[in-house]
Ligand binder design. Structure first.
Ligand SMILES: Cc1ncc(COP(=O)(O)O)c(C=O)c1O
Length: 458
């Protein structure tokens, strides 16, 4: 990170001063991990902070500093760290071994809990990540319908398998339809023959693709609220409209609820009454351990019945492993309607507080999101698409990155892209503490804004 402003220098100097042990570990890590990293989303410059302990909503780093955790392993830790019930469940299972290579009861107990909650999931199968969950949901749709193409949203993130690595970064051209392109090095261009792209919150674009590729599309996949794209909330008519289009054109609707499951006891589908044919889930259903699952209508999932001749194949060494089942049951059990209300209310207060902090600092900015999810944007304009998010980011110089580092300097741990989420151990006191830090960070950054992004000064 080059030096081009005293505010930036000062933030970086404080960061380096506070985190000398993390810096040393980052150097050590570079020997065996490329650039010291094994997880792109958790790495940032100049180097990330190494943590040693988590308890409730507090993380402790190797230099002994405490942080309020608003990142929560990218929403998987809805109950924060070391929740007593989850820890006890993991311990109780671990002494009886962690995996058997045979079924164990926890698999159907957790599945029962989830299928009772999600209206669109009659039956499910486990994977070990949300990536695998969306990959399998897409594959199930193609196998069930016999049609090759999946329609995804521009800017939608569904993990990192090849079919999902298309237009994760939105197309900024003003074409009527986004131009599909592969996102990551090494993804076969051939994948573009099997993925079409339309715009979130734009039913016309969805219908245009369905018409143009009539008979080829097996399913539409979307998050009901686009989280990593920038917590872009669906307009009221969008999800019901997608359901209607899917029915009209004879394609399946897949909801990726890997993140949005936390927003309502019945997931986003339970909240809105829009029921998908297939659903991908993950994160919180593993209580912090690696997990994913895909499920849906009984007639689709029945095709995975191993007793069935020519049934669909799906395997995985760790699918439904007892440790993840034990942690997952404790996690889902503790995610009651009351605890969901609690974090959603705190999230509402948090987003309001962010908007107020921007106004007090005399800067344009806002938080979008819903319930316990929030995303900070350096724009006051309405954010309705992933493309909107990228457009403001391009004009914000290094503000998102500096805000993230300055919040770390003040003991607030968030995702470097500007994402925050609330965990159940948090109370109004933690929200207040974070907002005080946020306000202070904005005032620290104001001279940088004046010089590098003057359009953001009110
Ligand atoms: C909406 C969504 N789908 C899928 C995934 C992939 O999940 P995982 O990281 O467990 O592979 C993520 C991860 O952040 C996600 O946010």
């Amino acid at each position: 990170m080059s030096s081009d402003h005293p505010v930036k220098d000062q933030i970086l100097a404080r960061y380096r001063e506070r985190t000398s042990k993390s810096r040393a570990l980052d150097v050590q890590a570079k020997t065996s991990l490329p650039g010291g990293d094994t997880r792109w989303a958790a790495y940032h410059l100049p180097y990330p902070i190494y943590m040693t302990r988590g308890a409730g909503c507090i993380l402790t780093d190797v230099d002994g500093h405490g942080y309020l955790d608003f990142q929560n392993n990218y929403t998987s830790l809805v109950h924060g760290h070391a929740h007593p019930d989850i820890t006890a469940s993991i311990q109780a299972q671990a002494v009886n071994s962690v995996v058997y290579g045979a079924p164990a009861e926890g698999q159907f107990h957790l599945a029962d809990m989830i299928t009772k909650r999600l209206p669109g999931v009659d039956q499910l199968r486990y994977t070990n990540s949300g990536t695998e969950a969306t990959m399998m949901a897409m594959r199930a749709a193609r196998a069930f319908t016999g049609k090759p193409v999946i329609l995804k949203m521009d800017g939608g993130y569904h993990g990192s398998h090849d079919m999902a690595e298309v237009n994760i970064t939105p197309d900024l051209s003003s074409n009527q339809l986004p131009i599909p392109r592969v996102e990551a090095d090494g993804v076969a261009e051939a994948v573009l023959g099997a993925v079409a792209v339309a715009r979130f919150n734009d039913l016309e674009s969805v219908e245009t693709v369905l018409k143009a590729r009539s008979g080829e599309v097996s399913a539409i996949i979307t998050e009901p609220l686009m989280n990593s794209a920038g917590m872009v909330v669906a307009n009221d008519d969008f999800l019901p409209g997608l359901r209607a289009l899917a029915d009209r054109y004879g394609v399946l609707l897949i909801f990726d609820e890997v993140v949005t499951f936390r927003l309502h006891a019945g997931g986003y589908q339970g909240k809105t009454g829009v029921t998908p044919d297939l659903t991908a889930i993950g994160k919180l259903i593993g209580g912090g351990l690696a997990i994913g699952a895909f499920g849906g209508r009984a007639e689709i999932m029945a095709l995975y019945d191993p007793a069935r001749p020519n049934g669909f194949h799906h395997s995985g060494t760790f699918n439904g492993n007892p440790l993840a089942m034990a942690a997952g049951m404790a996690s889902v059990n503790a995610l009651t309607p009351e605890s969901i209300n609690h974090i959603n209310r705190l999230g509402d207060d948090f987003r309001i507080g962010i908007d107020e902090a921007f106004a007090e600092a005399g800067l344009h900015g806002q938080a979008t999101g819903e319930g316990s999810l929030a995303y900070v944007h350096w724009t006051a304009e309405k954010v309705t698409s992933a493309a909107d998010v990228v457009r403001w980011k391009q004009k914000a110089a290094e503000l998102p990155r500096l805000l993230h580092l300055e919040l770390l300097n003040q003991g607030i741990f968030s995702a470097n892209r500007g994402m925050f989420n609330i965990s159940t151990p948090m109370t109004a006191a933690e929200i207040d503490q974070a907002l005080v830090a946020f306000r202070a960070a904005l005032f620290t950054l104001k001279p940088y804004v004046a010089d590098h992004a003057p359009h953001l000064m009110i």
